[in-house]
Design a protein around this ligand. Sequence first.
Ligand SMILES: CCCCCCCCCCC/C=C/C(=O)SCCNC(=O)CCNC(=O)[C@H](O)C(C)(C)COP(=O)(O)OP(=O)(O)OC[C@H]1O[C@@H](n2cnc3c(N)ncnc32)[C@H](O)[C@@H]1OP(=O)(O)O
Ligand SMILES: Cc1cc2nc3c(=O)[nH]c(=O)nc-3n(C[C@H](O)[C@H](O)[C@H](O)COP(=O)(O)OP(=O)(O)OC[C@H]3O[C@@H](n4cnc5c(N)ncnc54)[C@H](O)[C@@H]3O)c2cc1C
Length: 649
Amino acid sequence: MANVNPDLRKERENGTFSVEKLTNLLDGGKHVTDRRRHVERLALNEFSKGEDYNFMSRKERYISALHKTERALRCCKEYGLTKPDEVYWLWQLAFPHEASPIQLHGDMFLPTLTRQGTEEQVNKYLPLAEKYQIIGTYAQTEMGHGTFIRGLETTATYDPQTEEFILHSPTLTSLKWWPGGLGKTSNYAIVMALLYTNGKNYGMHPFMVQLRSHETHEPLPGITIGDIGPKFGFDTIDNGFVQFDHFRIPREDMLMKYSQVLKDGTYVKSTKLKKSSYGVMVLVRSMLIYYLAIQGLAPACTIAIRYSAVRRQSEQTKSQLEPQILDYQTQQYKLFPILASAYAVLFTGVKMKEIYYEVDNEIQQGHTERLPELHALSSGLKALTSSMASWCIERCRLACGGHGYSAASGFPKIYVAVTAACTYEGENTVMLLQCARYLIKTYQGASNGKKLSGSVSYLSDKVNSRSTITSEFSLKSLVDAFKHRAFRFQACGSDPEDSWNRNSVVLTKAAEAHCYYYMVSVFESVVEAVEDDAVKRVVGQLCQLFALFAIHENAGDFVQDGFISNDQMELVKWKELSLLSDIRRNAVLLVDAFDFHDEFIGSILGRFDGNVYANLFEWAKSSPLNKPEVQESYIKYLQPLLNPNKSKL
Ligand SMILES: CCCCCCCCCCC/C=C/C(=O)SCCNC(=O)CCNC(=O)[C@H](O)C(C)(C)COP(=O)(O)OP(=O)(O)OC[C@H]1O[C@@H](n2cnc3c(N)ncnc32)[C@H](O)[C@@H]1OP(=O)(O)O
Ligand SMILES: Cc1cc2nc3c(=O)[nH]c(=O)nc-3n(C[C@H](O)[C@H](O)[C@H](O)COP(=O)(O)OP(=O)(O)OC[C@H]3O[C@@H](n4cnc5c(N)ncnc54)[C@H](O)[C@@H]3O)c2cc1C
């Protein structure tokens, strides 16, 4: 590539492995890389030019996103992009770290319709939704309740006289509040409401509800609807509210795959699927982990590591050139464990998607045995990886000094998009407690001799009482360390029924320990399967660093029962630091392997060519605040103070 910053060029000439081979590994094969690049070229043709997001108002961002939505849908149709991955690749360049106003249509509305609707209901609504004559959202959270689903207040009361459900918001706190696209965009919603029939409350059920007129897009009578206002981020999507005033819908619009209300109002439950109406949340949590890697951790460390290779600052040796800040051990200690985490979360996300589709398939065949484990694992991993991603993006920003605080860095947009995942789809604390609840119950089963399988099989294994860690730091010995820690936490957990709250801090840590063990295990199995020796070696170093950093950060968990001795812990700290210098040589190539376009990363600090300063200056000069040279507001407000004799313009 012409005029690449010389420091970056040197980094790329000095690597020890094939970046292309690692990109293929991350994509899942060369054929996937080729296809992804083809789709991305199509997307760049359509979306690479446009107004700078940073200089837009919230309303402009929403309008621009609506326009891009129409263009993206047209592109997908024109180019015949129908596979979810292909649509995703185009969508990510159309909406870099942005949510489209119709995000919930694809992510939750359609999956709920197809998984909770009867064949007739799917046949009626899916064709309209696929042609975007219906644009839907998923309306569950209310102003007063988000976590505690059984506390939701919106009611759907069956009227056998008219064979209708009457949707109503009985209190202010029952207003649906937060659903994405609800404010101005969606004309339908799947509304989660308490089903009442024959005077009895049957709990939360899904209802297909038309919100706005097909002709005018005006809200229908009995519906008050709007945008909830500016948020921490998510500027491009109109998270909204809706209030129902005895709003009637036909009986046929309760999604009735798993339970029905007959014409006379009789309630029929036709499934043994536990919490069947909670299903779509498991889907999104399972999919989120991969996206947290490629939308959060990976772009953030790409920005910070590339910038650290071109930023020279301070003096290490008298009268020498200022060093690249990437050569400071403290900078490596900040960034390389994050780089390792990006790989760890990406590999875990790929595995989680596989497991989700396996279990979802089984459920469609009527086998629901693995659902509790899927719910627990997806809840715990969603919580751990979204917290990890938030923490890591902020640490990357801090590693980039003043320019890291500029919108030109790309960090603000990435951070506010990713950190929302700590809250939506289940607030992280509550998700960890859900995972812990399952672990305690399975551990009790194992203690009574039950043979466990899957991600909890270790609870019925024999665990080593002493670590096998040596100066070789075999990946197996590291996996074993996390297995031991997770086992120990479960063994000292509490009964889900009594003293739950008094143990809940420990229980969240038990869930995190379980998820960390799972992530290190997945990472180790990926490394073992790599065929190319050079790639295997460098990815193996990242796996070691991911594990050793977590052991060092949580040393107490590992030394408390003597599992890791003091001497072994000294070895851990030594190896962790020596890995930093091993990884230093390949750091830029390891982020290049994510194969991000500059347009996706959206960062002047993280440009592939490393030409930061010239582009930063051009970007600043383009700021609207710099035109005209003297702002009218100055003349109006300041000049009278500074030059009282000067007449106003
Ligand atoms: C697809 C691409 C994704 C990438 C991009 C995504 C961008 C998305 C944009 C943002 C969209 C955001 C949308 C939302 O936020 S939608 C709203 C999400 N809300 C929640 O997640 C609410 C969280 N709360 C809950 O889930 C429940 O309240 C909770 C589970 C915490 C408790 O429920 P409940 O009180 O009913 O349950 P109990 O405690 O009485 O019993 C628990 C038992 O139930 C089992 N259980 C719980 N949940 C599930 C489930 N989902 N599936 C299966 N089983 C479940 C649990 O295991 C317990 O079983 P046991 O009794 O056997 O222990
Ligand atoms: C960007 C964004 C997009 C969203 N999109 C949607 C959407 O499209 N559709 C939708 O329906 N919802 C959506 N939501 C809402 C989201 O699902 C809820 O905000 C989330 O479920 C948390 O619930 P809450 O807001 O009631 O928080 P709360 O549950 O009130 O949490 C507040 C605090 O209380 C703590 N807490 C609560 N319960 C417990 C407990 N049992 N034990 C210990 N601590 C507890 C929590 O840990 C947290 O610290 C969105 C939210 C955001 C931020």
